[in-house]
Design a protein around this ligand. Structure first.
Ligand SMILES: NC(=O)c1ccc[n+]([C@@H]2O[C@H](COP(=O)([O-])OP(=O)(O)OC[C@H]3O[C@@H](n4cnc5c(N)ncnc54)[C@H](OP(=O)(O)O)[C@@H]3O)[C@@H](O)[C@H]2O)c1
Length: 295
């Protein structure tokens, strides 16, 4: 059982895509894969394909060691807790401790770029999660995932509809990367892990300013949008006026502050090196998702 690959968050977008790539492009036998999720009933199709499905909830600490029993590599997909109250770090630490206790041979984890300096509000959670993994003494694979191109599904349609894209990112650049490219790279890395510990930064192949993204949107989606540069305070005020829940505003503003600081601009070749395929350019992503952007 030591070469089994345990993927948490298996019903989420990324976890699900990683398992698809393990079974598909990586040709990993279903019998080597354990899919962990809070809702096993959602993964009946996985069971039918021969994948083992187990219930995994990082909030149910007492259950975790048993849940990870027999896992060779435990890939911890970071959770989506955004409450700013330390929930995410507590969840990750519980999972890391349980994986180590259960006898995992390697821990893999999805982090974010430059967690030691990043201005993203929850970067310290990722940094401390990485540190907790290193403290186990087990070999590790850390994937520092850059901004998903899919994040544009949240901000861009509204900006295109109104004609204004409010931002405090200044001239900061983002090396957007399609989530499926990240999944392909992670699947390749966990299917045949190196002996040593390793940290990858998974990014797109080009880093673009918001103005450059707006120009691409105009060309490909046929809608013009003006990038309106604000201060962080002005951006927060605009979000409040737009009834964005106040608890989330500092986090959302921190994304622009991080962009302005260059925290999302790093471009690496890790996606291609691991997966053997070139990451999708943002222009191709917009072209492939015209409908989702209302074009
Ligand atoms: N780089 C980026 O731009 C970016 C953007 C968004 C998110 N992220 C991060 O990447 C992760 C994966 O992205 P995604 O697109 O797959 O997000 P998603 O579809 O929203 O999935 C969220 C994931 O969190 C897991 N989760 C939540 N609470 C949990 C708990 N108590 N115990 C165990 N697992 C829990 C869920 O697992 P189950 O529901 O299967 O239990 C699910 O897989 C996110 O959770 C977030 O940390 C990165």
């Amino acid at each position: 059982m030591t070469d089994t690959i345990f993927v948490t968050g298996a019903s989420g977008h990324l976890g699900s895509a990683i398992i698809d790539h393990l079974l598909g492009s990586q040709g990993v036998a279903a019998s080597r894969i354990i899919a962990g999720t809070r809702n096993p009933e959602k993964l009946a199709k996985r069971v039918a394909s021969g994948v083992t499905v187990r219930k995994v909830d990082f909030d149910d600490v007492a259950s975790l060691e048993k849940a990870f029993a027999g896992a060779g590599t435990v890939l911890i997909v970071s959770t989506d807790a955004l409450d700013g109250a330390g929930t995410r770090l507590r969840q990750h630490k519980a999972a890391i401790a349980a994986a180590a206790k259960a006898g995992a041979k390697r821990i893999a984890y999805t982090s974010l770029p430059v967690p030691d300096v990043s201005k993203v509000s929850f970067a310290p959670d990722h940094l401390q999660s990485e540190e907790a993994i290193k403290a186990t003494g087990l070999p590790y694979t850390i994937f520092r995932n850059n901004w998903y191109a899919e994040n544009l599904f949240m901000a861009l349609p509204q900006a295109l509809a109104s004609g204004n894209w409010y931002t405090s990112a200044g001239g900061g650049r983002t090396a957007y990367v399609a989530r499926d490219d990240i999944a392909a790279a992670i699947a390749a890395a966990v299917a045949t892990p190196p002996a040593a510990s390793v940290t990858y930064t998974l990014t797109g192949s080009e880093a673009l300013t918001n103005e450059e993204v707006a120009a691409l949107a105009e060309k490909i989606l046929g809608k013009s949008v003006a990038v309106v540069q604000l201060t962080d305070e002005q951006l927060a005020g605009g979000m409040k006026a737009a009834a964005v829940p106040e608890a989330y505003i500092p986090t959302f503003v921190s994304f622009d502050a991080a962009t302005r600081a260059g925290n999302l601009a790093l471009v690496t070749s890790d996606v291609e090196t691991l997966s053997g395929r070139k990451p999708q350019k943002l222009s191709a992503f917009l072209e492939a998702n015209k409908g989702a952007f209302g074009a």
